[in-house]
Design a protein around this ligand. Structure first.
Ligand code: DC
Length: 221
C-alpha cells in the first residue's frame, strides 16, 4: 500500500510521515532529501545553475541512496550536509528542471516498488503515485510553519530572524506551487489536514485512523 503525504515546508510533514511509517511498519521515503542531495551534488561539482542540460546530466549520474534515517550521495553520508540554508536556497534550480524531476520520479517509483510505504514530498499524490490508496495533504498557516522552521534551524546552530524565515518561506511556497511540473498542490482525492494548534501526536492519531481504515483486514493496536 502506498500512503502519500504532500504539503508545504514546515507543516510537520517529515516528523509525522516518519512516525506514521514507523507505527504502520511501512517503509519511509523523504523525497525532499533526494532533491536536497542532488542539489548538494551540483554545489560540490560547481555546476552552472544556468545550464539546465548539465544539471539534468548530473542528476542522472548522481548516486543517491536512502534508508530509513540516512541519505548517501555518491557513497558519502550527507544526512546533515543536505539540510543547510545554502542547499535550501539552491534547490529550486534542480526542482524546477523537468529532466531532473523525471529522474527523481523514476528513482522514487523504483524505491517504492513492491513496498508498503509512506512517501513524503510535494508531488507524491499528484504525479509520482496518482493511484496511491491513501493521499494526505498536510498543511499549516504560514506563521505557524515559520515558527517551526525557525526552531529547527536554531537547533542546527543557525540564527535567522523570524522575518527572514518567513520571507524565504514565502519565496519557496511561491516557487513550489507555481513550477511547471510537479508543483505543490493537493491531489483531488487527498484529505487535507491543517496542523495549527495540534500536537504531532494528535495529527498522528488522526492519520493512523485514516490509513488503517483503508488497509484491508488491518487490526487496530
Ligand atoms: O521537504 P523539503 O523541504 O526537504 O524539500 C526541499 C525542496 O525540494 C522543496 O523546496 C521543494 C523540493 N521538493 C520537490 O520539488 N518535490 C518533492 N517531491 C519534494 C521536495
Amino acid at each position: 500500500m502506498i500512503v502519500t503525504i504532500d504539503g508545504p515546508a514546515g507543516a510537520g510533514k517529515s516528523t509525522i510521515a516518519r512516525a506514521l511509517a514507523d507505527r504502520l511498519a511501512f517503509a519511509f521515503l523523504d523525497t525532499g532529501a533526494m532533491y536536497r542531495a542532488v542539489t548538494l551534488d551540483a554545489l560540490r561539482s560547481h555546476a552552472s545553475w544556468e545550464d539546465a542540460g548539465a544539471l539534468a546530466e548530473l542528476a542522472r549520474r548522481s548516486k543517491i541512496e536512502l534508508d530509513e534515517t540516512q541519505v548517501y550521495l555518491n557513497g558519502d553520508d550527507v544526512s546533515d550536509a543536505i539540510r543547510t540554508t545554502e542547499v535550501t536556497t539552491h534547490i529550486h534550480f534542480m526542482a524546477d528542471n523537468p529532466a531532473v524531476r523525471e529522474r527523481m520520479v523514476e528513482l522514487q517509483r523504483m524505491y517504492a516498488d513492491g513496498k508498503d510505504i509512506v512517501t513524503e514530498g510535494r508531488d507524491q499524490g499528484t504525479v509520482v503515485f496518482p493511484d496511491a490508496e491513501c493521499k494526505i495533504f498536510l498543511t499549516a498557516s504560514p506563521d505557524e510553519r515559520a515558527r517551526r522552521r525557525l526552531e529547527e534551524l536554531r537547533q542546527r546552530g543557525e540564527s535567522p530572524t523570524l522575518a527572514e524565515v518567513l520571507q524565504q518561506q514565502d519565496q519557496r511556497d511561491l516557487r513550489d506551487s507555481s513550477r511547471g511540473v510537479g508543483r505543490l498542490e493537493k491531489a483531488q482525492d487527498a484529505i487535507e489536514v491543517i496542523t495549527d494548534g495540534l500536537t504531532p501526536d494528535q495529527v498522528l492519531a488522526h492519520l493512523l485512523e485514516f490509513v488503517r481504515a483503508r488497509i484491508p483486514d488491518q487490526q487496530d493496536g
